[in-house]
Design a protein around this ligand. Structure first.
Ligand code: NDP
Ligand code: 2IT
Length: 453
């Protein structure tokens, strides 16, 4: 089996050159699946893995737009339609200058497994652009979103492909994208999720990824008969996922002591309480400011710059019980992971997608700490997108309590699947194997049922 894995990876790398994040995401999954393929040779005969690493369709397009001074810019747009075996393609759009084809392919690949774990009928996709929204005027953002949708609208639809937000795409951008889709197609449909509440959005969707990551952490802690009450938590990022992670940590009696952006992080030993969190939400979502400003207002907190080229991230050096990486990929390396474990962090729930490098994952697994990988721990966001799609189809909204309860049940179910699959394949407590195997089996069986298409 080890030669199968190495031969398979050699081929993936040769066919998809210069896409290190995609290779990383595939390697992690294939390592877990070696156990399954040994017991189920029928998946090898059907070439399920070979088919799963090849996107069903990759769309790349030109996005020309005009800034406030009349200057013309050209960005590149993408949509990766990875797998539709169990439902329409579903996954977010990322607007960030670091976006490449390889990054979106890694995200689309992860999304296939994540969406399968949610229990809802959603295939996997991802898209975005190398457009940098930072510092752009409101009008520039709107024109860019309209230009992006002018092309994307040909490829998506409520039963085909349903995008949502991700880094750099929140409620504001979804509004502009939806408006343009509606104008071009003359249809009011649930073609995007994360919509505004009075035009088809779902209660709890903004909160869902962060809340879900904390619900998942609580489930993991429950396996060791403990809770979040009184636990101190390191949180990275300060966007959508990080903000609602802090909110749910507070709800469950824990204490978040850090938040970050791409320039630096704040450490607030007293804890980020509800008033401070409201300040962060206003700062990041309305004023679009930087985390440094937190220490201007709250003198007890300290700000530290982060050097992206350094070999370790100082945010992960603080003593704590739990960690919620919620910024971006590969933000915890082997050294950071070793520091976390040494300092007593024993529960890690990934709000971000693939925030831990393979070295870091190995450290967590070897230390036998509770480690919930992104495709399980952050699935609450897309799960609630699935609930938004259900409400759109029914043309009836659910209450906040109803959606939150469903989200909570889904996170418990994902946790149970991870635990059961890890047990069944002989690696108890290994949530990486549990998530990869649980996500895989449902999609693989659907692909077998549907023939070679
Ligand atoms: P936001 O755009 O709301 O926030 C992103 C945050 O991460 C910001 O604080 C940003 O800082 C920081 N960040 C982004 N890129 C980098 C980078 N290259 N280096 C350091 N910091 C960075 O995005 P979300 O909160 O929605 O997404 C955060 C993570 O969660 C991503 O990995 C995303 O894929 C994942 N995720 C999101 C879901 C959702 O529903 N939104 C669902 C599941 C996963 P700055 O302001 O400096 O850019
Ligand atoms: O990574 C993710 O799961 C998301 N960005 C959310 C996708 C969605 O369709 O809600």
């Amino acid at each position: 089996m080890s030669t199968f894995v190495s031969d398979f990876m050699a081929e993936v790398k040769a066919k998809n050159p210069a896409e290190p994040e995609f290779h990383q995401a595939v390697q992690e999954v294939v390592d877990s699946l070696a156990l399954v393929l040994e017991r189920h040779p029928e998946y090898r005969t059907a070439r399920i893995l070979e088919r799963m690493v090849e996107p069903e369709r990759v769309i790349t397009f030109r996005v020309p737009w005009v800034d406030d001074r009349g200057d013309i810019h050209v960005n590149r747009g993408y949509r990766i339609e990875m797998n539709s075996a169990i439902g329409p393609y579903k996954g977010g759009l990322r607007f960030h200058p670091s976006v490449t084809l390889g990054i979106l392919k890694f995200l689309a690949f992860e999304q296939v497994f994540k969406n399968s774990l949610t229990t809802l009928p959603m295939g996997g996709g991802k898209g975005g652009s190398d457009f940098d929204p930072k510092g752009k005027s409101e009008l520039s953002i709107m024109r860019f979103c309209q230009a992006f949708m002018a092309e994307l609208s040909r490829h998506i639809g409520p039963n085909t492909d349903v995008p949502a937000g991700d880094i750099g795409v929140g409620g504001r951008e979804i509004g502009y994208l939806f408006g343009m889709y509606k104008k071009l197609r003359n249809e009011f449909t649930g073609v995007l999720t994360g919509k505004g509440l009075n035009w088809g959005g779902s209660l709890i969707r903004p909160e869902a990824t962060g809340y879900g990551a904390v619900y998942f952490a609580a489930e993991m802690l429950g396996t060791r008969s403990t809770t979040l009450k009184g636990k101190s938590c390191l949180v990275s990022g300060s966007g959508n996922v990080a903000q609602y992670t802090v909110e749910k940590i507070l709800d469950l009696g824990g204490k978040a002591v850090t938040l970050s952006d791409s320039n630096g992080y704040i450490y607030d030993e007293a804890g980020i309480d509800r008033e401070k969190l409201a300040f962060v939400m206003q700062l990041k979502n309305v004023r679009r400011g930087r985390m440094k400003e937190y220490t201007d207002k709250y003198k007890g907190a300290v700000y530290f710059p982060i050097d992206p080229k350094a070999d370790a991230n100082p945010l992960w050096t603080h003593k704590a019980d739990c960690a919620f990486p919620s910024a971006t990929q590969n933000e915890i390396n082997g050294k950071d992971a070793a520091t976390l474990v040494r300092n007593g962090v024993h529960c890690i729930a990934e709000g971000a997608n693939m925030p831990t490098t393979p070295d870091g994952v190995k450290v967590f697994l070897d230390a036998k700490v509770l480690y919930g990988p992104g495709k399980a721990a952050n699935a609450g966001g897309v799960a609630t997108s699935g609930l938004e799609m259900s409400q759109n189809s029914m043309r009836l909204p659910w209450t906040r309590e109803e959606v939150d309860q469903r989200l909570h049940l889904i996170m418990k179910s994902i946790h149970k699947t991870c635990v059961e699959m890890a047990d069944r394949f002989g690696t108890p407590g290994n949530y990486v194997n549990g998530a990869n195997i649980g996500g895989f089996l449902k999609v693989a069986d659907a692909m077998v049922d549907q023939g070679v298409v």
